[in-house]
Design a protein around this ligand. Structure first.
Ligand SMILES: Nc1nc2c(ncn2[C@@H]2O[C@H](COP(=O)(O)OP(=O)(O)OP(=O)(O)O)[C@@H](O)[C@H]2O)c(=O)[nH]1
Ligand SMILES: [Mg+2]
Length: 457
């Protein structure tokens, strides 16, 4: 198993130069290591920033004695000028004084091993650091605060009570449920199962918050795909010209759309003519549509619709899509009604926008979110989901299945199955929950989880 007996050191701030850089030392020997490398006028005082020098450079050191520190061990944090050379030297000096270079995530691993945080919270630390949108950060922060931990503890408590009642019945030799009616047990099981199911439903939304989605922009040449792409990502990323066939390759950029992290993919305009480069571009465009979570089909409202538009509409018909009528600032050549009567009847999806004036873009953004998120109302995507992690969801699903089996046993048409069998399922459910929080875990799992961390966290 992992060792927490030695003292570890690492630069805690991002690589590169900065105003300030922080070196963190943690372990039983942190105080001694710090004393060996810091030139101090006054000794380090608990939780006080103390001025010191290292190799002549000015630093500020803060001492957090165990157990009231991030790792639960003695921790010294040394803030120095944010130069990689200065910070590297401090780490070297700490190593000479007996500290070992920390592995990625090892400070957080120690916090977990020392019982400062559970596994959900440790994973949330990595999520928080990786968060790109405020919604992702909020979801991680919620988990760090213990929201999911609390809800799992609540489910586990219910399970514990039910298990205790059933186990007590085992002491009675004659068959039947002694401390509760079978119907009562079935009801209790259904209630617990419902709590788990609710968490699983939140996962689907949580995943979108966490991982975001890919949106490919499709359309004929010159309808304004690149212009719309630029408007949505808020930067002049893709080249826009009046000549059809401007975009050849895929251009991707990420943007925060109403709290969702969306990766937009601008693609080549679809047409038959063109050179080899353009043909390849069109092939890539088609591949991008099929792998995207949503396709934004762009039509030009200032030009009559032609068979190319209709072909594209039928080609994307079975994909999750939104149809956009661009260039709304110009005189329209057709209306939503013409469109609705056309071969593709997706009239209610049609949104009029102008990439040039920005008209209709807010409506498009909120339509993007509702299409992906399946919820309506601005607040929905802003609420964070308790479950955002695939590992947690898989275990919750395992718990749900075990609970469903238990409920079916109690509810069996031929009369309830003996408690022993039900108890096995209840135990399976509890094991799954304990694996979520890390009460039950393996070294392999911990290695896997902490390998995604950066060094110094
Ligand atoms: N008036 C007006 N012109 C627009 C609008 N959107 C794009 N355009 C113009 O339409 C032309 C084509 O725009 P692009 O964004 O390059 O079109 P595209 O669909 O990416 O074209 P390809 O890359 O060639 O397939 C440019 O001259 C744009 O300035 C709009 O909303 N209103
Ligand atoms: Mg383009």
């Amino acid at each position: 198993m992992f060792s927490t007996s030695d003292t570890i050191v690492a630069i805690a701030t991002p690589p590169g130069r900065g105003g300030i850089g922080v070196v963190r030392v943690s372990g039983g020997d942190a105080g001694r290591v710090a004393a060996a490398l810091l030139e101090l006028d006054v000794p380090l005082q608990s939780r006080h920033a103390t001025f010191a020098r290292v190799n002549g450079d000015q630093v500020v050191a803060t001492y957090f004695p165990a157990p009231h520190s991030y790792t639960g061990e003695h921790v010294v944090e040394i803030s120095a000028h944010g130069s990689p050379v200065v910070l590297g030297q401090i780490v070297q000096d700490a190593m000479i004084a007996g500290a070992r270079l920390a592995e990625p995530g090892e400070f957080t691993l120690r916090a977990f091993l020392n019982g400062r945080i559970d596994l959900i919270q440790a994973e949330a630390v990595a999520d928080l650091i990786d968060a790109v949108t405020p919604a992702q950060a909020r979801a991680a922060f919620d988990q760090l605060e213990g929201t999911l931990t609390g809800r799992i503890a609540d489910i586990d408590r219910d399970l514990f009570d039910l298990t205790a009642l059933m186990e007590a019945s085992l002491d009675f030799p004659d068959e039947g449920y002694h401390f509760m009616e079978a119907g009562e047990a079935a009801g209790a099981l259904a209630a617990i199962e419902h709590k788990v199911t609710t968490l699983l439903c939140e996962f689907k939304r949580g995943r979108l918050i966490r991982e975001g989605a890919r949106v490919a922009i499709a359309g004929k040449p010159n309808v304004g795909k690149s212009s719309l792409f630029n408007a949505l990502v808020g930067a002049s990323r893709a080249i826009v010209t009046a000549a059809p066939g401007t975009t050849r390759d895929l251009v991707t950029e990420t943007a925060d759309i109403e709290g969702l992290r969306l990766e937009f993919i601008d693609t080549a305009g679809v047409r038959d003519a063109g050179d080899e480069v353009e043909r390849e571009g069109v092939m890539r465009a088609r591949r991008a549509w099929t792998t995207a979570d949503l396709v934004l089909v762009v039509l030009d409202s200032s030009q009559p619709l032609d068979e190319h538009d209709f072909d594209l509409l039928s080609e994307t018909d079975c994909m999750r899509r939104l149809v956009v009528a661009n260039k709304h600032d110009l005189t329209p050549a057709w209306t939503a009604i013409d469109f609705a009567e056309g071969p593709a009847e997706a009239g209610h999806h049609l949104l009029s926008v102008s990439s040039k004036t920005g008209e209709g873009l807010d409506a498009l953004r909120s339509r993007l979110r509702t299409s992906l998120d399946g919820t309506s109302g601005g607040a929905a995507a802003r609420d964070t989901a308790a479950v955002t992690n695939v590992r947690h969801a898989a275990l919750l699903e395992r718990a749900r299945q075990a609970l469903a089996r238990a409920r079916e046993s109690v509810d069996a048409p031929g009369g309830p199955v003996p408690e022993e069998f039900v108890l096995t399922d209840l135990n399976d459910a509890r094991i799954a929950l304990e694996e979520v929080t890390g009460k039950r875990t393996s070294e392999d799992l911990l290695r896997h989880i902490f390998s995604r961390f950066c060094i110094g966290k």
